[in-house]
Design a protein around this ligand. Structure first.
Ligand SMILES: Cc1ncc(COP(=O)(O)O)c(C=O)c1O
Length: 497
């Protein structure tokens, strides 16, 4: 390509749409980035000066400079002193898709039966129960929303209407990526509620967040790839990435979330990091903005994927939520995972992952191999539930209900066991950690709680490193204040006794 044609190329590749909601700098960024990723702008090609681009597109130089600086920050272009701006010779997405291709060549998507067993000797134990305990939930079961406050009448009406009107159409095979109206509803919900930047094409519906994590592991990890996990952390993620053959790297957490310093020390060039930034599982803190930016900086440097599990961000009682990592990364390598297990009910088994667009087909491919698709009827009813306003109404009601239950639990601890239980952060979510006095074993207390009909989850079962103190994760969302108060009284007697 002659220098002249190289420098003309980008201008024909960028289309400004005056009717679009997207800011002009974003449109320029998108046009150039797409051209670079698709290879229409070759590595090493020189871009025209910002003032030339600005004049040709009839936009301001600041607008062009903003787009170029974003592309530079993400590694798509680089500046050479006194020569101008050039397409980078190593381009992030190029590397990412090359990584995918390489994986395909050496290791076809692994059939289920061949996933490494998740065994007790690998440290997997009772933290996940395969069958429910049976009977009504007892305080302080975690992970369960107030299913008795769910609008079952509305739900049954929506399901019945769908069956009546479109039962036959819903009976055929559906799209492995998910039911299109639900993908669209999720895209606008996560954009509005969590600042996630995506199109419906990037939304992929799964059987719960668990399947999203499993697919992420299968599609993006090679055996032996290092994955940072929060310690203590979510066992479901640990299992999924272990099953994909990853080398798990347990990284310390502090008041601001995962410690990037500790991660860098343990595995500086890990392939992936899994985090719960809105509400750390199980300790409950929110990842600070500074830590979010630090994590994204590391991920860019290491060319690592960030898996953001936003499992219960809807329930926030104090400060305003911090924007999602996905939104902050502005098109970076973040996979945003969500679920309806907490907002609706867990047996619905509907979750989603918002993936960088180039990955959606790879997920669909893996999903097709695994179980083809999620049931269409539930997806269609859920799309109606969202599109007809029931979802925001229900979430609003539950936020108020859970807040009052959380307050009741805090009050009960203060009144009954102020010297025995020290509560962790409780600004959000459906559970809170109660730290035990030094020297008291959380596993012993939990075991004794079984006999007293309490469902207690020891923090130590979520941790690989020894904790300074034992603690119990107390779920409160599914329990009335009288049950919570009674539970605190029994718990206090177990510790004191
Ligand atoms: C951290 C975390 N992620 C995800 C989930 C939800 O998983 P699923 O959608 O598979 O029910 C939970 C539920 O307990 C969770 O605690």
């Amino acid at each position: 390509m002659s220098p002249r044609s190289a420098s003309r190329a980008p201008l024909t590749l960028v289309r400004i749409d005056a009717t679009s909601d997207a800011p002009l700098h974003r449109q320029i960024y998108d046009g150039l980035r797409d051209a670079i990723v698709a290879g229409r702008l070759a590595p090493g090609a020189q871009l025209p000066p910002a003032r030339v681009i600005a004049a040709e597109l009839s936009v301001s130089r600041v607008t062009v400079a903003t787009a170029l600086s974003q592309l530079r920050a993400e590694g798509y272009v680089e500046s050479r002193e006194r020569s101008g701006t050039f397409v980078s010779t190593s381009i992030p997405d190029d590397l990412l898709t090359a990584h995918l291709r390489r994986r395909r060549l050496v290791q076809p998507l692994r059939p289920r039966m061949h996933t490494p067993a998740v065994r007790k000797e690998d440290g997997f134990g009772d933290e996940t129960r395969f069958a429910p305990r049976g009977g009504p939930p007892r305080p302080f079961r975690t992970g369960l929303p107030a299913v008795d406050a769910f609008p079952w009448d509305v739900w049954s009406r929506l399901v019945a209407r769908r069956l009546k009107r479109s039962g036959r159409a819903l009976a055929d095979y559906g799209d492995s990526r998910g039911y299109a109206p639900l993908r669209a509803a999720v895209a606008s919900y996560v954009a509005a509620a969590r600042g996630v930047t995506c199109t419906p094409a990037q939304v992929f519906i799964t059987n719960g967040a668990q399947q999203a994590l499993d697919l992420i592991g299968q599609v993006l990890l090679n055996a032996g790839d290092e994955v940072w996990l929060e310690d203590p952390g979510y066992p479901g993620a640990r299992r999924a990435f272990h099953a994909a053959g990853a080398a798990l790297v347990h990284v310390a957490v502090d008041d601001e979330g995962i410690s990037v310093d500790d991660g860098r020390r343990r595995a500086p060039s890990a392939r992936m990091v899994y985090v719960t930034p809105s509400h750390q599982y199980p300790l409950g803190m929110t990842m600070s903005l500074a830590r979010r930016l630090e994590l994204l900086r590391w991920a860019r440097e290491a060319r690592a994927w960030v898996v953001e599990d936003d499992y219960d961000s809807e329930f926030r009682y104090a400060s305003r939520p911090i924007a999602s990592l996905q939104g902050l990364s502005d098109g970076g390598p973040v996979l945003y995972v969500g679920t309806f297990s907490k907002t609706l009910f867990p047996s619905l088994r509907v979750g989603y992952v918002v993936a960088p667009e180039p990955l959606v087909e790879a997920f669909a491919d893996a999903r097709f191999t695994l179980d083809r698709q999620s049931p269409t009827l539930e997806q269609a009813a859920l799309a109606d539930f969202m599109n007809e306003g029931h979802f925001p109404r229900h979430v609003r009601r539950m936020r108020l209900l859970y807040e009052s239950r959380r307050n009741a639990l805090i009050r009960a601890v203060k009144d009954i066991a102020p010297d025995l239980l020290e509560l962790g952060p409780s600004d959000s979510g459906m559970k809170v950690v109660a730290w035990l006095p030094p020297g008291v074993s959380d596993r012993d207390v939990a075991a004794r709680g079984e006999a007293e009909r309490l469902e207690l989850s020891p923090v130590s079962q979520y941790a690989t490193n020894r904790l300074a103190r034992g603690g119990l994760v107390l779920g409160y969302a599914a329990f009335r204040s009288t049950a919570l108060r009674h539970g605190v009284r029994v718990l206090a007697s177990l510790i004191d006794g």
